[in-house]
Write a protein that binds this ligand. Structure first.
Ligand SMILES: Nc1nc2c(c(=O)[nH]1)N[C@H]1C(S)=C(S)[C@@H](COP(=O)(O)OP(=O)(O)OC[C@H]3O[C@@H](n4cnc5c(=O)[nH]c(N)nc54)[C@H](O)[C@@H]3O)O[C@H]1N2
Ligand SMILES: Nc1nc2c(c(=O)[nH]1)N[C@H]1C(S)=C(S)[C@@H](COP(=O)(O)OP(=O)(O)OC[C@H]3O[C@@H](n4cnc5c(=O)[nH]c(N)nc54)[C@H](O)[C@@H]3O)O[C@H]1N2
Ligand code: SF4
Ligand SMILES: [Mo]
Length: 746
């Protein structure tokens, strides 16, 4: 039963002053900012940043005009994430700063005349409120019953705060809702993670196989650039996608696979590559464990068998396998990124890892390189208290291979259950819009109703903020310092984000929020620096740079220290697995009671009149975070539903017609979505871009525009190995007439 303890608060204006500033518009084809209000002669200033519009973190320069206002952001020439060019979202990031709907001051939920409202508060009052609640939770249940959900840069400081408070339950949706299965699969095969940016050597590859990865719509910058470089160099692209994606349009082979059957194709490829003797014999013999078992295991998975399941013809399976073998070892079967699809995702990604191992691409030029990052020391602080419990205690004997905390798991464990000693009682949510991000919205809402404290730190009044007890406005990435970007790459690079201008309104950076809250709670020793400049300078000096130098350079290349980029010929290598070898047969999975080699299992199919709900990215948006951005909204104000012409004819649908969606569990979309009739989608599926259909009225541009895929994802196909939430087992049908409104859930 849901209670009304925490009503969703809709406030159309929160009453803090500040004139609305028109954002700069972006010309999408040229990526140039067009802004007529820029004065003819002005003193401009350039400061260094890295982009926060997505998690590729391209480094750039921000130009501010003579009034100290942000004018434009450009890519940093020396940065390997972007090579001097930002994607349309990065260029349009300026809109995050100008968005007049931004959160402006701390808000506290109060009950006034029996009605729940947000009251504007000072930072001091907001901290006092939070500190008091956190103390109470600590006393009553223990600090471990508080979790931090965080996605993005500032989470580092809040994580430090949470650990100092006594909890290790820090989680990001980028694990169980995104790349967890591929990391667990690659870890159990090669003993190492794929990481971000991915260690794929696309630049030098001769054959790139994309299984669902829709690079080009998925705009991870350096990766898109490397792919076009590879195409220019004559690389073969093979795309497996039920939809004719942008990547498919650049491919020599497009395999329009029946959705949910990729594992059958992968196993058939393994079968062909082994039986034809197309694998890298020397590499397999030297480095791999379990080849004979694998060979025997895949005999059943012939291309003819796979044809009946995938609809991909046996000859195409053989031809594409041959293309990969020809390119070996400069071949990449791409591990993908958002891979939580059908619940057998770790096993599907194991098949991807095995295929790469057979073709000898791991550790080889044009395959997967060994990335390196800088060993950046932490500013000294007292040891953290040792938590008595972790999230895993809520799931005894489950998900032992999940090496990160499951966001969906914390959510589930916040709903009291007789089997659990303690549920989560407090959430701090930073930079993640859980309502749109976690599948099964009802579970998220039920979890929230059971909390004793929900603090949300965001830049925008997103759906999740409407449920908070306290809302804290963070300033945008253009207005703050942050942790040094130190990401693994071919060469280690550091990048600095510094404020280009003062924070607008009464917003503050995460580092300040975490430090002040810690001080309020007597945990100031964990933030032993006076201000962030001191901390960053200390860190940078330890690795031979300084804050001053980084302010000038923006990006600094450091030297590799540990390893070579690729394996040397004949090199002896001890892999970080139980056997010290690349495990084609996984001893780790076997020990946990799972199939040591991937097996094909079929998935449910749509009923008559229903279509599989497929979703993905659009080049000009990032999830739900950009839909209200004035620049990016102007480029793409809403999503559309891709429908095959055959299906459109059956239903009598017209292009641009508005329809509502209803899923297999009877859930009806709150908003209509426009039909886009296209051959680019199979007849058994429909497709939409994630991140639209906002119910939050404070998002003046995005509210009610397009439909939300998340709302239709009520069926979660849980990966038993690592707890990933498979989201593509949902089916929708069309409602032509506006439906009678059912209960409004937000
Ligand atoms: N512009 C933009 N770029 C982004 C992001 C963004 O928000 N905006 N987000 C970034 C993040 S965090 C991530 S994780 C990545 C995600 O990007 P990817 O990892 O590339 O995404 P996928 O999950 O592969 O999903 C999209 C593709 O899978 C196809 N697909 C659907 N079902 C199946 C199936 O059963 N089999 C196969 N073979 N294909 C199928 C869809 O048609 C679609 O083309 O994108 C990143 N890049
Ligand atoms: N239905 C469905 N669900 C999905 C996906 C999908 O394709 N479909 N994709 C999955 C994937 S791959 C991922 S990685 C996750 C992503 O999930 P999220 O990271 O939750 O993505 P967003 O919805 O963009 O939410 C980001 C939130 O951060 C806020 N924000 C932006 N900048 C800042 C900042 O500087 N500071 C602070 N404090 N807040 C900021 C935004 O306003 C927004 O509320 O979603 C997953 N969930
Ligand atoms: S890929 Fe685009 S949005 Fe992502 S960090 Fe780079 S410029 Fe920003
Ligand atoms: Mo993701």
């Amino acid at each position: 039963m849901r209670t009304s303890r925490r009503n969703f608060i809709k406030i159309s204006s929160i009453g803090v002053g500040g004139a609305a500033v028109a954002g700069a518009a972006v010309n999408w084809t040229s990526g140039q900012i067009i802004n007529e209000v820029i004065p003819k002669s002005f003193q401009y200033k350039k400061t260094s940043t890295y982009c926060e519009v997505c998690f590729w973190k391209c480094a750039g320069w921000v130009t501010t005009n003579e009034n100290g206002e942000v004018w434009k952001v450009e890519g940093h020439q020396d940065d390997p994430h972007c090579h001097g060019r930002l994607c349309p979202r990065g260029t349009g990031g300026v809109g995050m700063y100008y968005d007049e709907d931004r959160l402006k001051t701390p808000l506290i939920r109060r009950t006034k005349n029996g009605k729940q409202v947000y009251e504007e508060a000072s930072w001091e009052d907001a901290f006092a409120y939070i500190a008091n609640k956190l103390e109470l939770i600590k006393e009553k249940y223990g600090p471990e019953c508080v979790a931090l959900f965080t996605h993005g840069s500032g989470g580092k400081f809040l994580g430090q705060f949470l650990k100092a408070y006594g909890s290790n339950n820090i989680t990001a949706p980028s694990f169980a809702q995104c790349r967890g299965p591929r990391e667990v699969a690659f870890l159990s095969t090669f003993g190492e993670l794929v990481l971000s940016p991915e260690r794929t050597d696309i630049r030098d590859t001769k054959c790139l196989v994309l299984i669902g990865s829709h690079i080009g719509e998925n705009m991870h910058n350096g990766q898109v650039q490397e792919m076009s470089q590879a195409i220019d160099n004559g690389a073969t692209i093979i795309t497996v996608d039920p939809r004719f994606s942008t990547a498919a349009s650049k491919s020599k082979h497009w395999l329009p696979i029946k959705p949910a059957t990729d594992l059958a194709l992968l196993l058939a490829w393994i079968n062909v590559i082994i039986n034809e003797g197309w694998f890298d014999k020397e590499y397999v013999e030297k480095y791999c464990f379990g080849f004979e078992e694998l060979k025997a295991h895949v005999q059943q998975y012939t291309p003819e068998w796979a044809y009946g399941i995938t609809t991909i013809e046996p000859q195409v399976i053989r031809d594409t396998a041959k293309e990969m073998a020809k390119a070996s070892p400069a071949v990449i079967i791409h591990p993908g990124r958002h891979v939580t699809w059908y619940g057998d995702d770790t096993q599907r990604l194991r098949a991807v890892a095995i295929l790469n191992a057979l073709l000898g691409s791991w550790g080889r030029r044009g395959g997967f390189y060994n990335p390196e990052k800088v060993s950046l020391p932490e500013f000294p602080h007292p040891p953290f208290p040792k938590p008595e419990k972790t999230w895993k205690d809520s799931f005894p004997d489950q998900f032992n291979l999940a090496y990160e905390v499951l966001s969906s798991g914390i959510c589930e464990a916040s709903i009291p259950s007789p089997e659990r000693d303690c549920s989560f009682k407090g959430w701090i949510v930073n930079g993640t819009n859980l309502i749109q991000t976690l599948p099964n919205q009802q579970q998220t809402l039920d979890a929230i109703q059971n909390l004793e404290l929900l603090v949300v730190i965001d830049t925008m009044p997103m759906e999740i903020t409407g449920y908070a007890d306290v809302v804290l406005p963070e300033c945008t990435y253009l207005e703050r310092y942050d942790a040094i970007r130190n990401s693994p790459h071919r060469e280690p690079y550091l990048a600095l984000r510094m404020p280009a201008t003062q924070p607008k309104y009464n917003s503050k950076p995460d580092w300040w929020i975490a430090k002040k809250l810690a001080e309020k709670m007597g945990l100031g020793a964990y933030f032993g620096w006076k201000n962030i400049e001191e901390m960053l300078d200390w860190q940078l000096k330890k690795v031979g740079s300084s804050l001053k130098e980084m302010q000038k350079l923006g990006v600094k290349k450091m030297n590799r220290e540990y390893d070579d980029l690729y394996f040397a010929k004949g090199e002896e290598i001890e892999f970080n697995t139980n056997t010290g070898k690349i495990e084609l047969f996984s001893t780790e999975l076997q020990a946990e009671g799972f199939d040591p080699m991937p097996k094909y299992t079929p998935h449910p199919e749509p009923q008559e009149g229903f279509y599989r709900l497929n979703y993905g990215r659009a080049p000009m948006h990032t999830f739900s975070r950009t839909s209200n951005n004035p620049n990016l909204h102007a480029l793409m104000p809403e999503n559309a539903l891709w429908v095959n012409p055959k299906v459109a004819r059956q239903w009598g649908l017209k292009n641009g017609q508005e329809i509502w969606l209803k899923n297999q569990d009877g859930k009806v979309s709150d908003f209509p979505i426009k039909v886009r009739i296209t051959e680019r989608i199979r007849w058994d599926s429909v497709y939409m871009v994630h991140g639209f259909g906002h119910k939050e009225q404070r998002l003046s541009r995005a509210n009610g525009k397009g439909a939300s895929d998340t709302q239709m994802i009520t069926n979660v196909m849980m990966d038993p190995i690592m707890g990933g939430t498979g989201m593509r087992g949902n089916f929708v049908t069309f409602l032509i007439e506006k439906p009678e409104k059912e209960e409004v859930t937000l």
